[in-house]
Design a protein around this ligand. Sequence first.
Ligand code: NDP
Length: 494
Amino acid sequence: MSTPVVSPHADAPAIGDTRLLIDGQRVDGAEGRTFDVFNPATGELLTRVAEARAEDVDRAVKAARRAFESGPWRDMKPKDRAAILWRLGDLLLEHAAELGGLETLDNGKPFVQARDGDVSAAAGLFHYMSGWATKLEGATIPISFPGSFHTYTRREAVGVVGLIVPWNFPLTIAAWKVAPALAAGNTVVLKPSEVTPLTALRLGELALEAGIPEGVLNVVPGFGAEAGAALTAHPDVDKVSFTGSTATGRAILQAATGNIKKVTLELGGKSPDIIMGDANLEAAIQGAADGIFYNQGEACAAGSRIYAHRSVYDEVVAGVSAAAESITVGDGFDPSSFIGPLVSKEHHQKVTGYVDLGREEGTVAAGGTYATEGGYYVAPTVFTDVTDQSRVVREEIFGPVVSILPFDDTDEVIRRANDTRYGLTAGVWTESISTAHRVADALRAGTVWVNCYGVFDAAMPFGGYKESGWGREMGGIVLDDYTESKTVCIRLGD
Ligand code: NDP
């Protein structure tokens, strides 16, 4: 397959091999098909990538099963597995400029954010999870059954896991899943979004270079409806972990029923960011603006509903609007850009549809404009005069679009913040320690940030209440989702 390698920027990396990675080999898809990948900064063709069909997913699952059963990874001494995962983290850092550049080409996000944010977070996952490889312990259990017994639990790898990741943080979210899966001794079939497959393929190559045995990490770019669906329905996949929309999460749950796969879901959000009357306003305004506009607002955790106490409402609207207007939107390789283009034409259509809708539902306090040709740009946009029932306030937009709503008292804002089908993250800004704890306790969200927003760390669990998902990513807790607990009960005598 010939792959056009288009590097539209002097400092953009070469794209390299875009074939599937199965059983340690770069291979074309069985049907020889490819799909087009576009540069969101221009709308032009970037490259073509081999398309995995159901047959290729089956090949990848078989390779992962062979690798799991024959045990070069699962049975490796934990300290050796740890050393390889650490090495992979190091390799990501050594290739940070290349990986960051691929992410900018593919996703559009600013290069500095991709290199220093996404890649370093991904490396951090491998470094942190390498430590867990040697610490997956069970317990000895005193039991009361008549007789004498030695009873203990072991934590074992689940088996072959299918990991389906989206386009907003392609490498980072892949690392959220691949690192703990491998630390626990599982083997993996990774399906990146067809919109942003490049860094996942490079991750697979670097994993081989780090010493991960062939077949342990397979990468199969393809469409959700074909490759993703084949992976989630596959009878020999033991577990699926998915990040993406709530609608696709539902389809995945249904597909997983065939062999009762274990499922972890990290889905959408419509996160409230609450600015109390006593907040440090300078910090709160900048933090709330960054909380929605970072990564073009293409973040499940984006603080897309700002609730400001009526006593500071006008100041918050003015401050967040000024922050929005001051942001430079442009090509991700331009160092002055804080916001790049949205990821795809389809997504641009979705977000700009909400911009038009918000104009009808409320008032534009900042932005409200977008490109209609070339790259998929949208200006950071602030809406006011909307209500809790407005669609722009209720629905996940997944772009640089925020609504600011006033509130009068704490009980009221807690009730309104929780009035959503989502429950992923929330923020609260206050100088009162009791308000901070009270609101953090009452918010129905998997993460609550106080006097900060969007702080992520490999050691911090992340995931959602309600329709934002099942299970957690990161932290030690994620290992529960990638291990089975086995109870061994040995009769010693009467
Ligand atoms: P999807 O949820 O459709 O896609 C996420 C991943 O799932 C992709 O790899 C996709 O593949 C795959 N997928 C799609 N359909 C299936 C299926 N039936 N079985 C298995 N895998 C499947 O998100 P979209 O890209 O369509 O984005 C739509 C909306 O989802 C966004 O506007 C945003 O609101 C939300 N979203 C949330 C994210 C989050 O972090 N929680 C991340 C991304 C999107 P493919 O790309 O080939 O379709």
